[in-house]
Design a protein around this ligand. Structure first.
Ligand SMILES: [Zn+2]
Ligand SMILES: [Zn+2]
Length: 256
């Protein structure tokens, strides 16, 4: 993890003035040391976050108990194709995690992106991500209407944090290459098959008309939550089709 710069201390001070540093999970006041290491989250609430840890599917990132197998592929994703190579998520969507995401998105507590950014450090435990760079980081886009209503795209905020906190030796650049062109209905109420249909044609390259990306470049798709992987897969298929991207991984804070 990067050392804390003087600028982030200054920023911390300013943010502390705008948002009194209390835990976003339980409102407990946080001291400045805690706030600097893990902004807006107390140790007790952090302990409720179920870390996915070492044992997870090497394709979809679903966590499992038990011994780690090198090329373990879960039953869930053996029966359908995902357009990304693999996904890595940090925590299961239980404990305080879902509340944090909910507050960020629907409570418009944009400052929580910094906290979620520190939680995202977990993805670097995966060697494929650490050693598979260089990467362009591509946020899963929101439809412009939804982005305007919310004021920001949470995945874009997380992408910023991921790039700013890149570990030593990992090359990351933020490139919002995608846009959402069709809204569809809320994915949360749909099963996997319905999600795939709902998402078909939902994403396209952004209007900047990028024609190619450097050959050696991999894409790191980033979303706040990965559930079935359908969204990231649809984004990945646009990038493969339109830009011929060869290496695509997906990362998220939570696994739904
Ligand atoms: Zn707390
Ligand atoms: Zn899987």
């Amino acid at each position: 993890m990067k050392p804390v710069s003087r600028w982030s201390r200054v920023k911390q001070g300013l943010l502390g003035w705008v948002y009194p540093p209390v835990c976003a999970g339980c409102d407990t006041p946080l001291d400045s040391k805690r706030q600097l290491a893990r902004p807006f989250l107390c140790a007790d609430c952090e302990a409720t976050l179920p870390r996915i840890g070492e044992h997870y599917c090497q394709v979809c990132g679903e966590g499992f108990a038990g011994p780690s197998l090198l090329s373990f592929r879960c039953a869930n994703c053996s029966d359908h194709e995902l357009a990304f190579d693999y996904a890595v998520s940090c925590y299961r969507g239980a404990g305080v995690g879902s509340l944090l995401i909910h507050r960020l998105k629907y409570g418009k507590q944009r400052h929580l992106a910094r906290l979620l950014g520190t939680l995202l450090d977990e993805v670097w435990r995966d060697r494929r991500l650490r050693e598979g760079g260089p990467w362009w980081v591509v946020p899963v886009p929101l439809h412009s209407r939804r982005r305007r209503a919310r004021g920001f795209n949470q995945s874009h905020e997380l992408a910023h944090e991921l790039v700013a906190r890149a570990p030593e030796g990992v090359s990351l650049e933020l490139h919002p290459l995608l846009r959402r062109i069709r809204q569809g209905v809320n994915q949360a109420r749909l099963d996997r098959r319905e999600r795939l249909v709902n998402l078909t044609g939902a994403y396209a390259l952004s209007r900047r008309r990028l024609r190619s990306i450097p050959d050696e470049m991999g894409i790191l798709l980033i979303d706040d939550v990965i559930t079935t992987g359908a969204t990231a897969s649809e984004c990945a298929s646009v990038l493969r089709r339109e830009l011929g991207v060869r290496r695509i991984a997906a990362v998220s804070v939570l696994r739904g």
